[in-house]
Write a protein of this length. Structure first.
Length: 382
């Protein structure tokens, strides 16, 4: 049987293994790494693994419809690309390639405030599926400007991330000496020399830079890292979310919520959706897995908001598990960027192909006719 992807890399784990070989260590570690001892990252994977679904037979499973509707748009699959800052470091041009692939595949593409491609260019590449993620700046004028740029360039959904109250201490990044612009330490130069394909492409494409927020930099001599750390609010307040609600009249999503009271606040403010997430285990090593937090979302929140999830999703099976726990859309950050690291700008199609195939087979094997029909009744009662 011919599959619509390269069967030398049939799983996301194979793309990860190839990305590890093809990328300089500082680029691979930047995406792969978690915080502290990286237990939270493992906890995410373990929690998905533990969910058992009971298959149902005695039924025809010739087709399974995996399309999923959120905010009035029917996407072809229940998985999207979440915001990943500094995306072009994984492979030069990754963000634009992913946006185009998402548009082609009709899946959500969420652009990070800290992306390395101009938001206006991404909006043009993904006119039907582009969402914009906002890290809330301390400076209200910068925030208003980002929101109006998002609106004017045609992004459909505004996603506000809450879960970076403080800059993360990620030990791999510290040891690798990752800084932008790149500081050419002997270690970085060695990594670049021993990964010529990445280096050649990076030299051709240009060094990644935080192009969307450059304009809000008062002092151009200030080191980029210092500027970025001081850019975000130290803890986004409820008042700020209320202000954003006033400014953005389209669908508003809060990303990175796990605490019941926070979700109730979102409801009271009139937020349209949440992404239950622990940032892929990159912010707080003790945070509950996103599967566990998804399980705990109240019936009221499920009824009144669009509930989505990310963190640790690596297979079509995980995507369907998330649906059984009530998710209406899922996202996988590292999978898409490992795809780019493994196969360059063609990586997006490979990741889409793998997930599409795996979701299809999983739904059929479970005896479920569609994503819409999947629910908690498939959860094993053990
Ligand atoms: C390298 C990297 C950079 C990220 N940058 C952002 C970002 O700029 N904004 C944001 O809201 N989330 C960011 N995230 C979190 C992702 O949006 C998403 O929550 C996370 O990747 C999900 O976990 P997973 O990678 O295990 O799928 C980043 C994640 C990674 C791996």
């Amino acid at each position: 049987m011919t599959l619509p992807y390269d069967t030398r890399f049939p799983a996301i784990a194979d793309l990860k293994a190839r990305a590890r070989r093809r990328l300089p260590a500082f680029a691979f570690d930047y995406v792969d790494g978690g915080i502290d001892e990286e237990y939270g990252k493992r906890r995410n994977r373990d929690a998905w693994h533990e969910i058992e679904l009971t298959p149902r037979y005695l039924r025809d499973v010739t087709t399974a419809d995996q399309s999923a509707e959120v905010f009035g748009h029917r996407y072809s699959m229940p998985i999207g690309v979440p915001p990943v800052g500094l995306g072009n470091m994984m492979w030069p041009g990754a963000e634009l390639a992913l946006a185009r692939a998402a548009q082609h595949a009709n899946i959500p593409y969420v652009l990070s405030t800290f992306s390395t491609t101009l938001m206006e260019d991404i909006a043009r590449a993904a006119p039907d599926v582009g969402w914009f993620q906002l890290y809330v700046p301390k400076n209200v004028d910068a925030m208003k400007d980002l929101i109006s740029r998002a609106k004017n360039s045609g992004f459909h959904v505004l996603v506000v991330t809450l879960d970076i109250a403080v800059g993360a201490k990620r030990n791999r990044e510290l040891k690798n000496g990752l800084k932008l612009p790149f500081k050419f330490t002997p270690k970085i130069v060695w990594e670049a020399m021993t990964h010529p394909a990445w280096t050649f492409d990076t030299l051709t494409y240009g060094q990644p830079d935080f192009v969307n927020v450059q304009t809000y930099r008062d002092n151009p001599d200030e080191e980029l890292g210092v500027f970025l750390t001081s850019f975000n609010m130290n803890g986004v307040t409820r008042e700020r979310i209320e202000m954003i609600r006033e400014l953005w009249d389209g669908p508003l999503v809060i990303k990175g919520v796990q605490y019941d009271r926070d979700i109730r606040d979102c409801l009271e403010i009139g937020v349209d959706g949440i992404v239950v997430s622990n940032h892929g285990g990159r912010q707080l090593d003790a945070a509950p897995s996103s599967a566990q937090s998804l399980r705990e979302v109240s019936a009221e929140a499920r009824a009144r908001m669009t509930v989505m999830v990310d963190s640790g999703i690596r297979t079509g099976m995980d995507i369907v598990r998330a649906r059984a726990l009530g998710a209406e859309m899922t996202f996988s950050g590292r999978s898409f960027f490992w795809g780019m690291g493994a196969l360059g700008r063609n990586g997006a199609e490979q990741v889409v192909g793998i997930f599409r195939d795996e979701v299809d087979r999983t739904l059929k094997q479970l005896g479920c006719p569609s994503w819409d029909a999947m629910d908690g009744s498939w959860l094993s009662s053990r």
